[in-house]
Design a protein around this ligand. Sequence first.
Ligand SMILES: *Cc1c(COP(=O)(O)O)cnc(C)c1O
Length: 572
Amino acid sequence: MERSSAIFKRLSQDKSKREIAYFTMEAALENDIPSFSGGLGVLAGDTLRSAADLGIPMVGVTLLQQYGYFHQTLDDSGNQTETEVKWNPDLKLTQLPNYTEIKIENRIVRVRVWEYEIVGKYGYVVPVYFLDVNTPENSEQDRELNKQLYGGGQYIRLCQEVILGIGGIRMLRDLGFRDIDRYHLNEGHASLLALELIRESGYSSYDKVKQNCVFTTHTPVPAGHDVFEFDLVKQVLSPVYIDYLRDILEGENPVNLTTISLKLSRFVNGVSAKHGEVSRNMFKNPAIESITNGVHSATWTSQSFRRLFNQYIPGWDIDPSHFVQAMFIPDEEIWKAHMTAKGKLLSLVEDEAGIRMDLNRLTIGFARRAAAYKRADLIFSDLERLIEIAGDKVQFVFAGKAHPKDGEGKQVIRNIFAAIEQLKGKIEVVYIQNYDMHSGGVLTSGVDVWLNNPQRPREASGTSGMKSAHNGVLNFSVLDGWWIEACIEGVTGWAIGPEPNEPNLSDYDERLDIDDLYEKLEKVIIPLYYEDRSKWIRMMKNTIALNAAYFNTHRMVKEYALKAYHVSPLFQ
Ligand SMILES: *Cc1c(COP(=O)(O)O)cnc(C)c1O
């Protein structure tokens, strides 16, 4: 460790000595910088935080969202209303004098930049650059291009990707980064950066560009990938890029940004072992690797567990593999820390929903984007059976926003509200409005069991269950994404439904999931919680020692450093 030496000062303070640029459409750096919508942004934020802690020579490049992802309110029937989230970047970010220009259609659009510095545990700085076209030099219409994340249809979306990819590379040059020669494309949104690299270094430089790019795909279904009609791309992008595109895509229309990223990256990975396998099949590309996601341990561990870990597992927040030591923490200390976190959750529930829940009752949580495939309402499939199993024994806390244009997702929220109505007086169920980083932290640390039941194989990884594992909260989940690698039945948590062995994962009987869910809740989870507290606490320790020790972004970033970036962390 060279914390106080001159060499460290030089490395940490000379920001120009950065080698890797991490491009991402969204990044959750703070709850009050609402320039993200969900899991992808949270992962990006956790990645950048771990890079700063470990001393990885990285900068982040992202798009400033003038309006945050919406504020959610729900009426008594669960109808969602979205209101714009205004925020003032001046209060959180530093505007720099640097600017660059890009061409959209035939217009010159000026791009300015804001900086945010992530300061790691040992003072190492990872700067993050927010690109913004809301400047007086641009037309009213252009100033709104980065008004809302992914907002406003295909045209705006493509323009946002031009700002991020092409504008981002030009901005890095203007900011004076001379040593950056590795570019990490976090999802296909960033792929246009590769076209700009080709333009910079001259036609026929594909192979050289490819040596410099790393691509992480996050979407396990074909429909999830960004696709644009060739005519739209031709309308928006300068002709020079169109020539490259014709070449790279060999005339393929529509233009699939994932295809561009795949063709122009030296290293490509999915975000869990299963997702790697699904991606190799989907893209017919055997070279796709997998690096399983994680979460930033210090960010997602509740205060009471942070205190406990500081006492019993020194060094856990710089090297979370130390979590194996969790087995030596006394039972009563684990339980006390958990009760503190649970108390905080119940206060949040009381403040937000006006309902006082029972600290001693088994509490199950579910919070995610309200997308249909996540099946948040699955547990309410048979209310009579649920009352029989869980009446007076279990309480539930839900949260999650539906994308404004996702009618099916909105219906899932209404279904839960209908169930809440029917369960009144029998099972307490609350829905916390406006799921965000803050409530996400309180929920994942404060419940006893974290429920997850997506349709397989739709959950590429999932990260909220990793947050719960850091807090000794037991996962009860369909075997998809990260949980396939993390679940040891009855040891770290429990699986729902069959092993994921079918050749076509989406083609299986969903009733198997719901039956297994009810069956295990009744025969295993409820009796264990009330009748064998010491085994329950042993499982809490297991999930910290086995799951948190691995499913964290320190391990993940080190894996990227080793396999994809070829750099060593300064601190480890
Ligand atoms: C962690 C987190 C997510 C991602 O959770 P998944 O389990 O991957 O769906 C989404 N939104 C918020 C606010 C989070 O904190």
